[in-house]
Every structure is written in C-alpha cells, then in structure tokens.
Design a protein around this ligand. Structure first.
Ligand code: FAD
Length: 390
C-alpha cells in the first residue's frame, strides 16, 4: 500500500459532510487555490473589518464555518460529538489573537482553565491548548527572548504570565488532561520554550501533561529536542512534543533578511520535510521518554509514522502517540487514520469572527500553494462529488 492509497477512501473521509457542505468545501478550496484572489481577498477583508463594514455574515457563511467550530464552545459541541462518533477526538482551540491588555489575558486564562476542566468531563476532548501570546504581550516575550532588561511594569507582566502558565498547567495536571502549547515566531519563542521546560519539569513527573511544540521548518529543532531529552532524563521527568512544520515561514524569512541575520528556516521544503521526519523518528525511538502529537496534513510524513510504529511493534492506539489535523482540512487523513484505529484529534478553532481572522488568514495563505495539500484536497473532494453523483 502507498501513502496515497491509504488516505484515498473518500467515502470515509467525507462521511460527515452533507452534499451542500461538500459543494461549499470544493468551492472554497478552488477559490483559495487562486493566489492573487487570496491576496486581494485578505487585504479587502482586513480593510472592511477595520472600517466596520458589515462583512462578518459573509465571512461566517464561508471560510469561518468551514475552518471554525463556532463563536463559542457551545457552538462547537455538535461538531465535537459528530467527530467522536467517527472515532476522532477534538481539541477546542480558543483562537482569539492579537490581544494586548492584562484584562484580556486574564479572560483568556479563565477560558483555557474552564475548557481544561470541561475536557475532564468530556471523553471526546483529551487535550487542551493555548498560545503563549494569548497570555501575555508579544513585546514582553520578545524582550525576554532577546535577554533585554525588563522595566518595572514589564517585570510585573512577566510574573503574571508565569502565574497564568502555572495556573493552566496545574489545572491540566489535576484534571489529567494533556496540554498542548503552540509555538509562534522565533524572536519570542525562546522565552516560551524556557517557561514550558519549567512547567514540564514540574508537572510531567509521571507522564507528559505539558507538551511544547517543535516547528521543524527551524533547522535547530532536532538539536534542541536532543538537549531537552538529556535534561529531562537527568532530572527525571517526561517530555511531550507536538511536532509541526511551522506556520510563520514568510514572516521569519522576511525579518531575517530585513535585519540581516541568518534565517532560522530550513533552506528548502525538502530540508524541512527531512527535519520533520528525523524529529518524528527520534521521538518514536524514545517513546517511553517523549510523548508525540504529530500535527500535520502531510500524507508522506503521516504514512512514514505508521510504518515506523509498525516496525517498532508499537500499538496503533498507543496512548503516547497522537495524530492531529486542523478542522476543515485533511479529513481524508483524520478519518482514514481513525478508521484504522490510530489516535486522532482535530483542532477546532472558535471565537468571535473578528478575533479569529489572523488564524483564518494563515489558513487561506497556507492553502494557496498549488504544490501543497490544496490540489490534493480538491482532487479528493471532486472524487467524492463524483461518487455521490453531485
Ligand atoms: C494540529 C496542528 C497544530 C499546529 N500547531 C502549530 C503551532 O503550534 N505552531 C505553528 O507554527 N504551526 C502549527 N501548525 C501549522 C503547521 O506548522 C503547518 O503550517 C501546516 O500544518 C502545514 O504543514 P504540513 O506539515 O501540514 O504540510 P506540508 O503542506 O507538507 O508543509 C507545508 C509547510 O512546509 C514548510 N515549507 C514550505 N515551503 C518551504 C520552503 N521553501 N522552505 C522551508 N520550509 C518550507 C512550511 O512550514 C509550510 O507550512 C499546526 C498544524 C496542525 C495540523
């Protein structure tokens, strides 16, 4: 069997989609495969939202409903239940971005704690998730990463960030819910990594509760992983890592060029793919020390993981190995994996339309790549439309 044929069953892949949802998905992916259209569309949308033009309804009935579970967690529940019936778990992702005030960070904290406690009651939700910049100002993360001195107000902000982290991690520990911490831009990430390391040392003594994220488009991540492994072994705690390729490539390359430092990004897509596969392999080689959440829409890497799992004699449903895709993308991977008995979870973003726009823009931009998954999504959607005689 090849990776393509493994993921090719469109009847399983799209069984939760009604005919009209299937048509909408096809239309949407066709539109976002068109790069100039996406560029104009995202600029026009930002402009319209800034002017408070009434475009939210249009966004909701198109991209938002396809990629998000709703504006609040209650909206997401029918999706969570339907996914779970198909063997797919959910990670509710409060995707509000770009906040700047302490009150807003506290309300995000409350939301994540509430979702973590809720996950404890809901079998379909084995993970909780948050973004470092959802809990504190980007500029404070950046200054910490750059090793610059913080002024008094920033020092207070930093200690509140640490308290927020501790509150969420201790809640996850009490509820026995695994906690995925997203990774963001490299110029703020070192401070987030260091804080996450502290949390792992504190809360991962018996098993991985806290997971950091490795962005494998960064060429330094395999070394970082090995260092983390050494430290965790020496101090006696488990590691958890979500492994992804990385979502900020253009921004990273542009900034490195503008500021004249070597880019942290691998030299080519192939180099990123190789790095991703090596990181994944290293973790699967050390699965008793490091738990894995493989966040990808890449069929070849996913299939390689299945081959390594089989070669090592690991169970398909080993509780230390999870696969994850984003809601609205790569259903053929999620549902076919679940049908074969692997652990799979979908990230389901939610939040007010305006606040999840940065997330939606990233998805639109990522899906414009003609060589990427979009053409594959389109082929499979078309195949299913034909199978249903639509
Ligand atoms: C469950 C889940 C959680 C995620 N969490 C995060 C997160 O916390 N932080 C984050 O940054 N992203 C996150 N992502 C997004 C992820 O990083 C990727 O942007 C996205 O999944 C596309 O990569 P891929 O592995 O699916 O597949 P592919 O389509 O095979 O890979 C595309 C990726 O390859 C890399 N790439 C493309 N061209 C080049 C090039 N020329 N040179 C070098 N590299 C290149 C880029 O990273 C690009 O996004 C998450 C994704 C999933 C599914």
């Amino acid at each position: 069997m090849t990776s393509k044929s493994f993921f090719d069953n469109t009847e399983i892949a799209f069984k939760l989609k009604s005919d009209s949802e299937l048509e909408r998905a096809y239309f949407l992916f066709k539109m976002i495969a068109n790069e100039p259209l996406v560029r104009i569309g995202t600029a026009a949308t930002k402009f319209a939202l800034n002017l408070h033009l009434p475009v939210e309804g249009l966004i909701r009935s198109t991209v938002f409903d396809h990629f998000c579970g709703g504006v609040n967690e209650k909206d997401c529940m029918s999706t969570v239940d339907a996914l779970y019936e198909a063997g797919v778990s959910s990670v509710l992702d409060y995707s509000v971005e770009g906040k700047e005030t302490e009150d807003q960070f506290d309300s995000t904290l409350d939301k994540i704690v509430e979702l973590t406690e809720f996950a404890d009651e809901k079998e379909a939700m084995p993970f909780s998730v948050f973004k470092p910049t959802g809990l504190g100002r980007f500029s404070v993360w950046q200054k910490m990463t750059e090793g610059k001195a913080l002024n008094e107000s920033e020092q207070q902000q930093w200690s509140r960030i640490k308290q927020r982290y501790d509150k969420i991690c201790s809640t996850a520990h009490t509820c026995d819910i695994s906690l995925l911490i997203d990774a963001e831009e490299s110029w703020m990430q070192d401070a987030a990594d260091d804080l996450c390391e502290e949390m792992m040392a504190e809360y991962n003594k018996e098993k991985a509760i806290v997971y950091n994220t490795l962005q494998c488009y960064r060429w330094d991540r395999l070394e970082y992983l090995k260092e983390q492994h050494k430290k965790a072994k020496a101090k006696g705690y488990k590691l958890g890592f979500k492994v992804v390729r990385g979502a900020y490539m253009e921004k990273e390359n542009d900034r490195a060029e503008e500021k004249g430092y070597p880019t942290p990004i691998c030299a080519s897509k192939q180099a990123t793919d190789d790095n991703f596969n090596e990181v994944m392999n290293y973790i699967l080689d050390n699965i008793n020390d490091i738990e894995l959440f493989l966040g990808t829409h890449n069929e070849a890497s996913t299939y390689l993981a299945l081959q390594i799992i089989a070669a090592k004699g690991l169970f398909k449903n080993d509780s230390k190995i999870w696969f994850g895709q984003l809601y609205g993308m790569s259903d053929h991977i999620s549902y076919n994996l679940a049908a074969e008995g692997y652990n799979v979870a979908k990230y389901i973003p939610f939040g007010p339309v305006r606040d999840v726009m940065p997330y939606l823009m990233r998805r639109a931009e990522e899906n414009t790549s003609v060589a990427g998954q979009t053409s594959r999504e389109l082929i499979l959607l078309k195949k299913e439309k034909e199978r249903r005689n639509l």
